[in-house]
Design a protein around this ligand. Sequence first.
Ligand code: IMP
Ligand code: MG
Length: 179
Amino acid sequence: MLRFAAMPPTSPTVLIDQDELSARIVALAQEIRHDLPAGQVHLICVLKGAFLFLGDLIRNMEGHVTIDFMACSSYGAGTSSSGEVRLSKDLDVGIEGRDVIIVEDIVDTGLTLHYLQEILQARGPRSLRTACLLSKPSRRKIDVKVDYIGFTIEDKFVVGYGLDYSEQYRNLPYIGVLD
Ligand code: IMP
Ligand code: MG
């Protein structure tokens, strides 16, 4: 059974506010549609962290859009990576011949994304791209291609707008830093 940690006492400091998030996500949605002007775009949300990003992204995309969900974990309950990626929920439908976008909350070491790209590429999509809201390039352990990046940030542990610390803070409408 999942256990939820007690809410730590500090309030996160705002790093990216709601207005900055919305403006950037509108631009990303337009950029994706510009690159895939015709046909259906199939977005794969990596749970749980990317769920709000996916919601805002698709509300700003025109044309035909379908979604699916995957879950994997590389983190325990804290802020340091175990280095091991595990798939805990697979897609509901196949992606063969589709134009697929992986929608991730944050690319840190790159291990999770690398794993996802490998297993999804093997399923024969027509195209496979990745959109991540946040990227921490200084933390990379593996070189992964990210086609759309919302914001590049420093090596700080961030929460809010879907991202958690021990399952807390996902509900914050902004990206914050725990001091
Ligand atoms: P990676 O495999 O090291 O790139 O880690 C990717 C996953 O770790 C992300 O999808 C997040 O779920 C989590 N993660 C990495 N950095 C942070 C952070 O600063 N805040 C919250 N979650 C993070
Ligand atoms: Mg994630």
